[in-house]
Design a binder for this molecule. Sequence first.
Ligand code: ATP
Ligand code: MN
Length: 465
Amino acid sequence: MRREFIKDVLKRKDFGTEITVAGWVRTRRDSKGGFSFIELNDGSCFGNIQILAENSLHNYTSEIVKLLTGASVSVKGKLVESPGKGQSVEIHALAVKVLGFCKQEDGYPLQKQRVPFEKLREVAHLRPRTNSFGAMLRIRNRLAYATHKFYQERNFYYLNTPVITCSDCEGAGEMFQVTTLDLNNLPKTVNNKIDYSQDFFGRKASLTVSGQLEAESYACALGNVYTFGPTFRAENSNTRRHLSEFWMIEPEMAFADIDDNVRLAEDYVRYLTSDILEHCSEDLDFFNKRIQKGLIERLTKVSEAVFKTINYSNAIDILIKSGKTFEYPVKWGIDLQSEHEKFLTEEYFKAPVTVVNYPKNIKAFYMRLNDDNETVAAIDMLVPGIGEIIGGSQREERLDVLQNRIRELGQPIENYWWYLDLRKFGTVPHAGFGLGFERLIQFCTGMQNIRDVIPFPRTPNNADF
Ligand code: ATP
Ligand code: MN
């Protein structure tokens, strides 16, 4: 079937031309004069195209008047200037071919009235046909495209890192185990432990929580690389910003320090916001009106902003001096909780802020130890409404310091043999970070719940569809 995309048709002015469109009926109403108006959407843009179908069409009474919300049709017709308000063009149908009815008795769940997001999650297979999820996915798509554009323009190579991993050295979160052992009949060793040598990979394996360590290996050969892949965390955290399966973008740069890292993170976030402001204005208008007032203004500010960077120690001072009582008391050494992040970005700075140089005890072993021996060269970017969107660091490139950190944490050093090799053989300063793709989309759309910015969310007790 040769069909035009509605997004292109809506911009055309060559009235009188015959064209074909196809999509799903959003609404249909009869008019007294013996014709129907059909609002048709094909997902190519936020807007619908209006179809005028007259009763002279051969299937008018047998089919067209039976079209309900959700039905699918293809329409051949003439492009005409629309006399009605709200659209500049419409199509006068020469033929309406019904592809699929939506029968009343089958109970299509997406009727004209708005369905709450909680309810839509129960019909995650149909929710892409709503305004909100169409707009969300188009923005998600654009942010993915802009991500590749951004890194490709800056000489970063795109790298795929493994989803299944045997290195438990990542420590970024609880892992999902991958096994083909018979759980009802587990093989045991002489010490009565599970014998993983009989498992699929000959050892215990899991789904990755981050591609960073593997990305470091490629950065320490090709210079700049980035990953963009799924990551998995088995944390039992039921919050509006945690998923069990989410997508992360992880750039890694050789010959780079913490300042380069902060600069890259800021450039990247600025680039993304200005890109969608330019390319997704119609969808952003919707979120701005219906989901979060002031969204576009906030994104515009971010796209032009010089970001704030502060030391962790200063952030702690600000929190203490704020005079606020936090649920989780503030003192030097604590990990920032979401209430603290909220205060810093939403009340104090009223802008994104990058907090740097955290205490080593609350951060991962691979972060570079600062000269004070107390803090590491970590960076976390916090944004209003979400909190942490980026976490990263300059990596420890000194073999002896890295070995000491691993020993300090009581970890078996032999697990890290290949990671230590990167320091043994031609080590270089390098740095990188991870940006949570769904948190970014929350930030860019104002959507409250992370379950509503990914097509099919996985969270504790939920892996439907
Ligand atoms: P948080 O403290 O917010 O749970 P984290 O410090 O555990 O996050 P990192 O290990 O630093 O997260 O991961 C890098 C980025 O991945 C985070 O900045 C965030 O944007 C995103 N992220 C982390 N965990 C999740 C999750 N469970 N669901 C969605 N995104 C996540
Ligand atoms: Mn983090």
